[in-house]
Design a binder for this molecule. Sequence first.
Ligand code: ME8
Length: 518
Amino acid sequence: MSRPWAITTPIYYVNGLPHIGHTYSTVVADTMARYHRMAGEDVYFQTGMDEHGEKAETAAAENGETPEAYTTRIARTWQTTWDKLGISYDRFIRTTEPDHKIAVQRLAQAQWDAGQIEFREYEGLYCVGCERFLTERDMEDGLCKDHETAPDPRREANYFFKMSEHFAWLADLLEKQPDFIQPARYRNEVLAMIREGSGLDDLCISRPKERLSWGIELPFDPDYVCYVWFDALINYMTGCGYPDQPGWEERWQACEHLIGKDILKPHGVYWPTILHGAGLPLPKALHVHGHWQIADRKVSKSLGNLIDPLRIAERYGFETFRYFMLREMSFGLDGSFSEAVMVERVNAHLSNALGNLLSRTLNMTERYCEGVVPEPGEMGEPEAAVRTAAATAAAEVDRHVRAYESSQALEALFRLVDATNKYVDLREPWKAVKDPERAEEVRTTLYTCCQALRSIALLLAPFVPDAAATMLERLGIAGLAEQARLPADAAAWDTLEAGTATTKGDALFPRLELVADE
Ligand code: ME8
């Protein structure tokens, strides 16, 4: 049996539509999932919808629909979007599904049985945007920092998970297992959140049905539903098969969560303590990315500055957008989105550097070698250098992808593209071909280029799968990405068979033009 590996995106709220932020998380997870599959691991990739809570109930009412009809309609739109964009998820989970209800009730019961839950009066400031009570630190000038709206003062009797009892345990865990939250800056933020005096306390995990009926009923009190975050976080375990699927723990403990920094507190504090309180094992790690901004403001529903992935895909092609997001955002830090910068980067990297290498290699193979991979002669030092560059790229891409550093992984990959372009410039096969005595050198050069392009295409496959598949097809090795093992197969050399037919084809990445907004 191959090693289990699982990745989850946040489950997105049903009261909005996918924008660049959601698309980024989903694309990073998709890239990771594709890479780990190509590395021969037993991958499970989950995304989905967070469908309960006040936000969903209000949005349904505003649309004149029942919550069931509304959430089903919106969930379908999201799933269709991911399908159109070729996201390779294994499960699109909805928190209204029956197996999730079982998981939530079982976990809540486990906490109740362990004496972790208490009934109390509570008064606080609630942000419906965040679906949680805010602390001083979450606010600025009386407004929620994330949503820039005033929270509601609320007072009601509710069930509380004695979360604060677990802070010392969590601090200790983060000392012993510093990689549990990555990058390190977010681990440090979580440590600051649970420090004494930081204002974080026990967690309210219920809502009275008289105020909110759209949720999962608490198993120990039918007058209450689960608080939406408590319900939502458990989706990750539902997907891994908790509580009844045999062997769920194995997948669960290999599970990595990918989130944006806006939901660090629920994932970094609530979630591990909830699990600990219920006596359940923890997932493997939490990976936290920064936010996309436009003109220095976070892209978000409440601020209204969204980028629709389908519209961008229509204008520029999805793989170029995908490439840009993965390359431009340094994982963990914020990134700035602009169509103009995207067009510039895509033209420089994909159309010029990579597109050019592919088209001149295949053009010359057609013209000088009858359109087949030529039989190479003796390899010299320049050829050996390209081979070494491929092995280095394969090792570096592997290291960076496993650390979620897609930007550095792509940089490493493009060092191989650049090295190969330099190699062609050095060998100048267009000149060598004029001298019959250099015929073998021409064949060796083009063989080396085809071989390097094979490595490049395999390493690119998790990032831009369609373009990589086209590259392999043109090299006469269609479908290789489905059989190859990364990183070893991308470093392997002398694997192309002389005589294999290649195809020139059109420009793989036609130059993009900036489209003006109407
Ligand atoms: O918070 N830049 O759902 P949500 C990058 N349902 N990523 C962004 C982003 C931006 N500007 N804006 C959003 C929820 N995201 C809960 C999650 S999980 C158990 C429950 C991405 O629809 C990022 O992944 O508000 C962020 O964490 C997520 O969308 C929030 O999506």
